[in-house]
Design a protein around this ligand. Structure first.
Ligand SMILES: Nc1ncnc2c1ncn2[C@@H]1O[C@H](COP(=O)(O)OP(=O)(O)OP(=O)(O)O)[C@@H](O)[C@H]1O
Ligand SMILES: [Mg+2]
Length: 363
């Protein structure tokens, strides 16, 4: 038995743009990164977080394992995007045990039989009165049957069998937890995972999920708008966005580069919509949790790398906004992940890191 190998866990995040894999091993209260890598998702094979072509995705995962030196081992993956169902249930007052059963009963309508473990979760988020009856408002998070099946199939094609299938927003909560609570445990945080096709808005407080929403705004919307306006192919538009995209802020000097200026103009309405969606979630949260205060917004996902997006959202929403680093509680050797690559890929690896952390904790 290897000294570290036997304890390690692989987190695999299957996105519409890229597949990310991280292998971690727990060392005390921290983790060591053993391997890390990403591969392009075959175009069209993952849509809005749902695997639609398991064969193609599976082959891409197999390739990724080979190039990043990861051997089949304990795997934790997750469903996300539109594949995850968030339901508010209104239930009559009942005991914790009865509630567990009721939530499981409800969740099983969406979760396939045979998967070793699917992570569904629930939380009592408030109280209400309906027809003179006091009811508990329960937030249930679960995944739809057929999408879980396809996800598992893709992993099986790559020779992997997930021992836990988690929910992406839970993984983000786990890996960004140290940054969500820097202003003191008492404050809530908004985690925004900005992907290619969709984004997750998650509100967490005292380590608990308060709200999670998936919105159809991501990096692809920016790319499409750039492609249309500048008459470019999607791929060239994406490259231009990643190289020169900057959100220009009011009161700051304008750049000389006209491309930068026009990219900003094209992206601004979409980023405004994103800010509106986050504000909606904040307002909704605040009406439910009047005493709570949101301390900060933590961004993750590939689109979090868009220059100045953190500062833009901070100004728009009046809440301190930072880009998260999932590797904060990890030791990363230079030869495993050179610091330049680590910096560049950290925000996109957030979900994968959070998944591997779960497996490492649950052994
Ligand atoms: N430097 C950058 N500036 C702006 N956007 C970037 C940058 N680098 C990557 N992106 C964008 O990040 C997105 C990919 O992010 P990510 O890997 O988190 O998506 P995904 O998880 O595959 O997608 P989804 O979660 O929607 O299924 C793409 O839209 C890409 O253009
Ligand atoms: Mg993603």
């Amino acid at each position: 038995m290897g000294l570290f190998g036997s304890k390690s866990v692989i987190g695999i995040d299957i996105g519409s743009h890229a597949i990310k894999a991280v292998e971690l091993t727990p060392v005390g209260s921290r983790y060591r990164v053993l391997h890390s890598g990403t591969a392009d998702t075959p175009p069209g094979s993952v849509k809005e977080g749902i695997v639609v072509e398991p064969q193609g995705v599976g082959a891409a995962i197999r390739g990724l394992l080979a190039t990043s030196g990861i051997k089949a081992n304990r795997v934790v993956s997750a469903v996300g995007g539109q594949a995850v169902i968030v339901r508010e249930l209104k239930l009559p007052s009942m005991s914790e045990e009865e509630l567990k059963q009721a939530a499981r009963f409800e969740a099983e309508r969406y979760i396939p039989y045979g998967v070793k473990e699917v992570n569904m979760d629930f939380d009592v988020i408030g109280e209400t009165t309906e027809e003179n009856q006091k009811k508990m408002v329960v937030l249930l998070v679960a995944a739809r049957r057929e999408t879980v099946d396809k996800h598992v199939q893709a992993l099986e094609v790559a020779g992997l069998e997930p021992f836990v299938l988690d929910v992406e927003s839970f993984a983000v909560m786990r890996s960004l937890d140290p940054q969500a609570h820097t202003n003191g445990q008492s404050e809530a945080a908004v985690l925004v995972d900005l992907g290619a096709e969709t984004s997750d808005i998650v509100i967490t407080e005292a380590g608990q999920l308060r709200l999670t929403r998936n919105v159809g705004i991501g990096g692809d919307a920016l790319t499409r708008a750039i492609a249309t306006r500048l008459e470019l192919e999607f791929k060239s538009a994406e490259q231009l966005k990643e190289e020169k995209g900057i959100v220009l802020l009011e009161g700051e000097p304008l750049p000389d580069d006209r491309t930068v200026l026009s990219l900003h103009e094209v992206m601004l309405p979409i980023l405004g919509d994103l800010a509106t969606e986050i504000r909606r979630s904040l307002d909704y949260f605040q009406t439910r949790w009047r005493e709570s205060r949101v301390g900060r917004i933590v961004l993750s996902g590939g689109t979090a790398k868009l220059q100045n997006l953190d500062r833009f959202l901070s100004l728009e929403l009046g809440v301190e906004t930072v880009v998260g680093d999932p590797f904060l509680s990890c030791d990363v050797a230079e030869r495993v992940l050179p610091s330049a690559i680590r910096k560049d890929t950290a925000s996109s690896m957030t979900t994968a890191v959070g998944l591997a952390m779960r497996g490492a904790v649950e052994r």
